[in-house]
Design a binder for this molecule. Sequence first.
Ligand SMILES: NC(=O)c1ccc[n+]([C@@H]2O[C@H](COP(=O)([O-])OP(=O)(O)OC[C@H]3O[C@@H](n4cnc5c(N)ncnc54)[C@H](O)[C@@H]3O)[C@@H](O)[C@H]2O)c1
Ligand SMILES: O=C(O)CC[C@@H](O)C(=O)O
Length: 525
Amino acid sequence: MFQVLAADSIKEQGLQPLLEWKQAQVYSGGIDSGLVSLEKVDALLVRSATKVTAELLDSMPSLKIVGRAGVGVDNIDITAATKRGIVVVNAPDGNTISTAEHTFAMMAALMRNIPQAHANVKSGQWNRNQFIGNELYGKMLGIVGLGRIGSELAKRAKAFGMSVKVYDPFLTTERAEVLGVQLSTFDNVLQEADIISVHTPLTKETNGLLNERTLSKTKKGVYLLNCARGGIIDEMALAHFIEIGHVAGAALDVFKVEPPGDHPLLSLDSVIVTPHLGASTREAQLNVATQVATEIRSFFENKPVANSINLPAMSKDIYEKIQPFHQLAKQMGKIVSECHNKGVNELTATYSGTAAELETSYLTKALLAGFFENRIEVKVNEVNAIHIAKERGIMVGEKVTGNSFGYANTVTVTASGDGEAFTARGTYIDHYGPRIVSLDGFNIDFHPSGNLLYIQHMDRPGVIGNVGRILGDHDVNIATMQVGRKEAGGEAIMVLSFDKPLSDEMLTKLESLQDIVTINTITLS
Ligand SMILES: NC(=O)c1ccc[n+]([C@@H]2O[C@H](COP(=O)([O-])OP(=O)(O)OC[C@H]3O[C@@H](n4cnc5c(N)ncnc54)[C@H](O)[C@@H]3O)[C@@H](O)[C@H]2O)c1
Ligand SMILES: O=C(O)CC[C@@H](O)C(=O)O
């Protein structure tokens, strides 16, 4: 039974995909609620309030997945989660419309002094002349960051007769044309827009994007909006530019620190604020909660997750195609690790045929996960595999080749270090399954599963018989046996499979046989 903790206020109806699933026990309550021991939690759902720090992750050793019911994942330490092999998923579009509508409402309210006028009337006054506003019609809106929310805002602004100029370094001119907006430089947007609204994520590049220097390039009387993330507009610089009368007003839904406490911007009449309400609609909260709950369930059911921050996204179709190769790659990683039980500083995966047409980086990560499984303490999966390899000084390479060795596809793994190398090759045959077709240069053919024994020996009469005799004496049944050699009388290999693992005593006896070079056990699922 998976233990799921829905921290922050997450709409219960949206948790339905998990609540109705018999494999999950769902607790709704804060991180410190004590409803469930943090050590036992398999999945954590958060909004923006819970800060998922490295320390919190350390206190949750069973945690496998964090679901963010929303877009921004800046409250989650993605690097720390990735290092620990924890998948992070979000709900990228469930609150787009709500946030675009909120931004638009803030813009209209800002231009017409609605919050100030509202407070005035409520206080018993009627000062109509104090609240003369500006029309949106005919004004130029500058949008910084034309992603999901930025483009929905653009549509609404155009419907109100505004012209829209956009700065987004990752947007193509073709896409801007489709959206009917004018793509421009940052400086140009700053210089020409009557209203500027930011809709980027908070990153190293966007932190303080609107600061003393860039604000000084804006038109006198400009209005600013931030319904994205606190910090994109430098708060102290904004307060200064309002105080000197350069910026006419600002609408803010987000702050660098939330709640902002006793903040200089809050004392300015021309600043209107909301407490991070962009996504706070019934519709958005149902959408995002349902999206992440579905993702978490899919993850535990080994189905594809669509919106992972630290795993490649793939459609159901692609997932179904890649799944058999994913399993093969993982098994091959384990086989290479066990057969070549030595130090490795380079691992290269080579793909051919239909395997090369897939998302090979995902397969290489699976291969690494298999390789590390019995080598290191840390749990390795597709999320942290590359990081762990780097940390351990293992260079990971990936190649594609046109040579499929007569198969429809191959996955070849070479592990090298200290002047020695070991290569394994596998293939996936439709309607038949995975096969390992070459080990250390020996042609062989076996199904990678169960309890296997890899024996390197000299190709001499009686070796195979002696192995069979010892196993027979211990009442061990050989399920399958494959042999391979390069030339008569030279080196050879055997791969045997059994219904149960062999005891240490048996292994010692086998090792002591004449003409046996090495013996390695491999346990595959
Ligand atoms: N107020 C709220 O409640 C609320 C709700 C949802 C989202 N958000 C925030 O809104 C923001 C936008 O969300 P979205 O879903 O539209 O994201 P998105 O990823 O769809 O769009 C972000 C856009 O920013 C652009 N961008 C990135 N770096 C840039 C830079 N240096 N300069 C200019 N453009 C840059 C990207 O190319 C992209 O087009 C995020 O910060 C998100 O966290 C806030
Ligand atoms: O959880 C919230 O309400 C905030 C959501 C919003 O900031 C987001 O990034 O999706």
